[in-house]
Every structure is written in structure tokens, then in C-alpha cells.
Design a protein around this ligand. Structure first.
Ligand SMILES: NC(=O)c1ccc[n+]([C@@H]2O[C@H](COP(=O)([O-])OP(=O)(O)OC[C@H]3O[C@@H](n4cnc5c(N)ncnc54)[C@H](OP(=O)(O)O)[C@@H]3O)[C@@H](O)[C@H]2O)c1
Length: 284
């Protein structure tokens, strides 16, 4: 039985990883920031010595995209330097590392889904701190690593676009939603299942950078339409453009990631995002 150590275990993705403990015959240990701070070398080596994991899934990150523009130091300390410390500790202790990254490493100017061989060009501080985190993993020698990029992560709980739409839709009957950013809603639960399968069957997937995501694409407007339709809610939606809702940090206009090669390697089905949305709403 392989032992998996999850960092950022109380986050959106981390908490889903912790719920799938019985899957794939894995022993899963979860730590959030107060138990394992990835910016502390001492904290990392204590955890590795005490628990001797076979693999770490790094779901810990600084994820405040807009705030990062004012908190550069903190964003780099966690997403780059913390990731480098983890990678070095993994190399030292012979532990595999599965590190989570983001579509934000791309500028979104491409007109087709991004593959893992496309060239990154991050637009803001969060995006750049995640890219330099990827490079820190790839630049560390002597261990097995996988960087798995994901986009538009959401869940049927917590704080994310799906929950925001439901909250607004219950109070406002008219909503304007951005219709010029493209991507595919990606649920944390099936993503966690895929990552745990990778942890259990690492030999099936060559080390390197991979993309995770469902088939198909939409816009935030299209996603909102699907949410209200499936909930049977009568909310009048009108499309708007990104410029109508300026944000501090720039977002890529195209966040579509080609997730098929990763799912094929893991022998998992490549489902359409709408099908996954229906499944997840049923599971609750
Ligand atoms: N959410 C998205 O749409 C999205 C899209 C693409 C990629 N991603 C990537 O997916 C991964 C998971 O994202 P998520 O949505 O699950 O993020 P999240 O909900 O913000 O969870 C991140 C977790 O990391 C913890 N953390 C922060 N600093 C830490 C440190 N120094 N040491 C240990 N833990 C620390 C946080 O704890 P605190 O709460 O105490 O800060 C939080 O529990 C991240 O790598 C993110 O960049 C997310």
C-alpha cells in the first residue's frame, strides 16, 4: 500500500483528495498549513521523516489571483520557493511529487486548447509565481515528478463560480456574465480521483507536465446558463465582455486545456464538461 501525503488538505482540491482515501488501496495523510507549511524546510523534513510517504500531492498554494498583485512576496514565497523546498525534500528522501499548476501559465491568446508542449507566457504575479514553481520542480534532479495543470476548478461546495452563480441567482433575477473567456468547468472531485490514480499507478504515466480537463468548452456565460438550466432556476442572463468587469490581474481569454492525453494514460474516460456537471450536481 502506498502512502500519500497531501499538502493544503483543507483547500478546495485538498479536501476532495482526503475523501477518496479508500480508493486505489492508498493510505492518505492530509496536512494543512498549520501542520505542514511548505515555506518551512523544517516543517517539510519533519513531516517526511515522521510519516515516510511514497508520494506527495502538493495541493497547497497561494491562490488569490488579484491580491497577488499587491502581495508579490507572499505569492512567490508559497508558489515558487515553497514548491522548490518540497521538490528538494522529495529528491532527498526518494519521494514522488505530484504538483498542481494552472492554465494561468498561458496568456490565452491561442485559438485552440493548450497542450503541455505549448509555450507558457504568464500574465500576472500569481500566474508567474505558479510558472516559476513548475520550473523549480522540473529543475530539481534525482526524483520522479508530475506537474498537472488544471483550469476553472469548481465544486458543489465552497467558494467558486458555481456557488457564486447560485447565490446571486437566488436573489437577482437578472445577471450579466462574461462571455469572452473560454474554458471548461472542471470539478475537484473527479480531478482528485485522477490524481489518486496517478499516485497509485505512477508507472502508467511518464514524468513531466500534463494537462487535466474535460472534453468541450464554453464561456462563463455558457457555464452559468447550464447551472441555472440544471437547477430549474429562472434567471435572466445577459452576456458581457471582460472589459465590463475589469479585474486587478489579467485573465487568459482562452483557458482550455487538452486533458485527453492524461486521462488516456490513466485509462480514465474523457467526459464532456456538461456530463460531469450533471453527475456532480446529482452527487451534491
Ligand atoms: N481554483 C481554481 O480555479 C484553480 C484553477 C487552476 C489551478 N488551480 C490550482 O489548483 C491547486 C488547488 O487549488 P484550490 O482551489 O484547492 O486552492 P485553495 O482552495 O486556495 O487551497 C489551497 C490550500 O493551500 C493552503 N496553503 C496556503 N499556503 C500554504 C503553505 N505555505 N503551506 C501549506 N499550505 C498552504 C491553503 O491554506 P489557507 O487557507 O490557510 O491559506 C489552502 O488550504 C492550486 O495549485 C491552484 O493554483 C486552481
Amino acid at each position: 500500500m502506498r502512502t500519500v501525503l497531501v499538502t493544503g488538505a483543507k483547500g478546495q482540491l485538498g479536501s476532495r483528495l482526503m475523501e477518496n482515501a479508500s480508493q486505489n488501496n492508498l493510505r492518505i495523510l492530509g496536512f494543512d498549513r498549520d501542520e505542514l507549511d511548505i515555506t518551512s524546510q523544517q516543517s517539510i523534513s519533519d513531516a517526511l521523516r515522521t510519516h515516510a510517504p511514497d508520494v506527495i500531492i502538493n495541493a497547497a498554494a497561494y491562490t488569490s489571483v488579484d491580491r497577488a498583485e499587491d502581495e508579490q512576496q507572499l505569492a512567490y514565497a508559497i508558489n515558487t520557493d515553497g514548491t522548490r523546498l518540497l521538490a528538494k525534500a522529495c529528491a532527498l528522501h526518494g519521494v514522488d511529487l505530484i504538483h498542481i499548476s494552472t492554465d494561468y501559465v498561458f496568456d490565452g491568446k491561442q485559438d485552440r486548447p493548450y497542450t503541455s508542449s505549448d509555450k507558457p507566457n504568464p500574465l500576472g504575479i500569481y500566474a508567474n509565481s505558479k510558472r516559476t514553481g513548475e520550473l523549480a520542480v522540473a529543475g530539481t534532479e534525482g526524483f520522479r515528478w508530475w506537474v498537472v495543470r488544471v483550469a476553472w476548478l469548481c465544486d458543489t461546495r465552497g467558494q467558486n463560480f458555481l456557488q457564486t452563480m447560485l447565490r446571486l441567482g437566488r436573489s437577482d433575477k437578472y445577471l450579466r456574465v462574461v462571455n469572452d473567456q473560454h474554458g471548461a468547468p472542471t470539478f475537484a472531485r473527479p480531478f482528485a480521483e485522477a490524481l489518486l490514480k496517478l499516485a497509485a499507478h505512477a508507472e502508467q504515466v511518464p514524468c513531466g507536465i500534463w494537462h487535466y480537463g474535460p472534453e468541450g468548452q464554453t464561456t462563463w456565460f455558457g457555464f452559468a446558463q447550464a447551472i441555472f438550466e440544471l437547477h430549474g432556476m429562472d434567471v435572466k442572463l445577459s452576456p458581457c465582455i471582460t472589459a465590463d468587469y475589469p479585474t486587478i490581474a489579467k485573465r487568459p481569454a482562452n483557458s482550455c486545456l487538452d486533458g485527453k492525453p492524461f486521462l488516456d494514460a490513466l485509462q480514465l474516460p474523457y467526459l464532456h464538461w456538461k456530463e460531469v456537471l450533471k453527475q456532480e450536481l446529482k452527487l451534491g
